[in-house]
Design a protein around this ligand. Structure first.
Ligand SMILES: Nc1ncnc2c1ncn2[C@@H]1O[C@H](COP(=O)(O)OP(=O)(O)O)[C@@H](O)[C@H]1O
Ligand SMILES: [Mg+2]
Length: 282
């Protein structure tokens, strides 16, 4: 998909210091409307700090972040946050509220009518494969982890925000739920055209989801490129090393995928062969 090249978020010479430590250094980055932008990097590389400067949870020490051409610090924070969806790793659904009540929270705050809210809840639940008749009235504890995170995403996009920020949203899920949620968020991006900024430490996940990837290390942006360009022309050895790790994960995933395609006899043969190998090596 070719994103429209209208800037939505701009970082201009942005740094964030904690005492003498630089969490983010001299960041220059433009994220375009409709884009699925993925920030990838190791722990402590400055990804969350960068994300939190978009919704004004963190204020830059130097430089400015712009939202729709205007400095974030010149906005009223509450209405600004209403236009920004935010999803974190730990699911923060309200336990005493139903799925429907959780989803309609922001539309309700913004004064949407009841019929409009109900239509939105149904549309969103259907979009992510949770039949409304079955799920509207359930409570969070009656959902799997993956389903809870689906509802968390729906809550974040319910009031049609200008941008959706996601900070390692699938890191706590098992590999199957994670793959399924990746499909869901791709679908949301395609169907609703939401601008997404997604943080992950997993290059495989970045390659799968992104229009463009930004690689961070030690608070600096090392490279910004499409998944294809970044794979073909990694800026340095560090970026290259992130791919070899992703490659290994992909191989493991393709072995599992191939195995699940086998019939029971073939599976038994593979199991026997692997066990034999282990016996021989031991
Ligand atoms: N509130 C804070 N106070 C002090 N140091 C912080 C704070 N938030 C983040 N840092 C530091 O800034 C660096 C970047 O953190 P963060 O953006 O959370 O990284 P990431 O999300 O890539 O793991 C880390 O060294 C972290 O310890
Ligand atoms: Mg983080």
């Amino acid at each position: 998909m070719q994103p429209e090249r209208i800037p939505l978020i701009e970082f201009k010479n942005v740094s964030k210091h904690y005492d003498s430590h630089a969490a983010v250094s001299e960041l220059n980055l433009t994220i375009y409307r409709g884009e699925f932008f993925v920030l990838v990097g190791g722990s402590g590389s400055g990804k969350s700090t960068t994300l939190r400067m978009i919704n004004a949870l963190t204020e830059p020490t130097d430089g400015n972040v712009y939202f729709n051409g205007r400095r974030i610090k010149d906005y009223d924070i509450r209405p600004l946050r209403h236009r920004i969806g935010y999803v974190l790793q730990q699911i923060a659904l309200f336990p005493t509220m139903t799925v429907a009540q959780n989803i309609e929270l922001m539309p309700d705050i913004l004064g949407w009518g009841k019929a409009e809210r109900k239509a939105r809840i149904n549309e969103l639940l259907e979009l992510v494969g949770l039949p409304p008749a079955q799920y509207r009235r359930r409570y969070p504890h009656e959902l799997s982890g993956g389903e809870q995170q689906r509802v968390g995403i729906l809550r974040a996009i319910a009031a049609k925000p200008d941008i959706l920020l996601m900070d390692e949203p699938f890191s706590a899920l098992d590999p199957l739920a994670r793959a399924s949620l990746q499909e869901t968020v791709s679908l949301i991006h395609k169907k609703l055209g939401t601008t997404i900024v997604f943080v992950t430490h997993d290059m495989g996940e970045a390659l799968k989801l992104a229009c463009r990837i930004g690689v961070m290390q030690h608070g600096r942006l090392l490279q910004v490129a499409t998944p294809q360009d970044i794979q073909n022309h990694p800026a340095d050895d560090y970026v290259r090393s992130l791919f070899s790790a992703a490659q290994t994960n992909d191989n493991a995933a393709s072995v599992i995928a191939a195995f699940t395609q086998l019939d029971e006899t073939e599976k038994a043969e593979v199991r026997a062969a692997l066990a034999l190998g282990i016996t021989r090596d031991a």
